[in-house]
Design a protein around this ligand. Structure first.
Ligand SMILES: [Zn+2]
Length: 315
């Protein structure tokens, strides 16, 4: 794809510039919001997203991929509002996160895989939720429960939609369970070019043997949860990125924070206590200087938020 759809219209690959590859303007459960709308303060959510995006723009960020999909309250109108307020293009996704990383909704459990593929292709070719914003990439997730029947169905549907449209794929992973390798096995069985695949959250481990095994499959890896020390403390995240750069893999990594400007999974004070440094700008303020101290070059860092993201998106 040389034209990347976004909330600001199609972008040429060169337009992307400094791109945050994995952040969320809003993370919530759509079912809760649909049933109890009185819980939702949309103005506060929009203000939180605009604040984070504006701060990122001050660090030269010119685009952002937001892998919100089913189960994460993906909302094209909300993303469009963020773009209208900030000018930042948001590159949106289609796919399924999975309920507890285990189940599909009954709707898709009781239908053939094509029901999923057709929904994904609709978003990629027609637009998301009645807007003109098309999805630019596909998203699925495998976590601790591993490749359950429903998770495998989503993976195969994502692969088949990628084959039909050429769209790249991002797979949420749980490195401790080595799910990145399982995801790659299925994508490869379905015939997806590994260059089209980004295995997100690989930076949640410092197991270099696992990471090397994953890199050998041909995918790009996401060192994309900076600020979430609960999964892996930052010094270990940095040491891993530094070691991989030393081994010549700087061209295979993308970097980010998986920050959610709003997340309803926990009460707000719990989020603040759990991840006090989590933001759209933490990598620029704290991580990049530490990586440079560790021997990573400025050019390698630029590639990890620029050229490497573009190569995956345009593969
Ligand atoms: Zn995420």
């Amino acid at each position: 794809m040389d034209q990347i759809p976004s909330t600001a219209g199609p972008l040429t690959v060169a337009d992307l510039g400094r791109t945050l590859v994995h952040e969320h303007v809003l993370t919530a459960h759509e079912g809760v919001r649909f049933q109890w709308p009185h819980l939702v303060d949309r103005d506060a959510e929009l203000a939180a997203a605009v604040k984070q995006v504006t701060a990122a723009q001050a660090h030269g960020v010119t685009a952002m991929c937001d892998p919100a999909v089913l189960d994460l309250a993906r909302d094209a109108a909300f993303s469009l509002a963020v773009t209208e307020a900030t000018g930042l293009p948001i590159v949106m996704a289609t796919g399924v996160y999975g309920q507890h990383y285990t189940f599909l909704p009954h709707y898709f459990q009781t239908r053939e895989i094509d029901a999923l593929v057709d929904c994904f292709v609709h978003d990629l070719e027609v637009g998301i939720q009645g807007t003109e914003v098309r999805a630019a990439f596909l998203k699925c997730a495998a976590d601790e429960p591993g490749m359950t029947d429903d998770v495998e169905k989503v993976h195969r549907a994502v692969a088949q939609a990628s084959l039909r449209t050429g769209a790249p794929v991002m797979a949420h992973s749980h490195p401790v369970s080595r799910t990145g390798l399982e995801s790659m096995r299925i994508f490869t069985e379905e015939g997806v070019d590994p260059a089209k695949v980004l295995i997100a959250h690989t930076g949640d481990t410092d197991d270099l043997d696992y990471i090397e095994e994953l890199l050998a499959t041909g995918c790009t890896i996401g060192m994309d949860r900076y600020g979430l020390d609960i999964y892996l403390p930052e010094p270990q995240r940095n040491a891993t990125v530094i070691a991989l750069c030393e081994r010549g893999h700087s061209g295979r990594m993308v970097i980010g924070q998986d920050h959610c400007a709003t997340i309803d999974w926990f009460p707000a004070d719990v989020v603040k206590a759990m991840a006090p440094n989590w933001s759209f700008t933490h990598i620029f303020e704290t991580v990049f200087p530490a990586l440079v101290d560790g021997g990573v070059t400025e050019q390698q860092l630029e590639d990890m938020i620029g050229a490497n993201v573009r190569r995956w998106l345009a593969a």
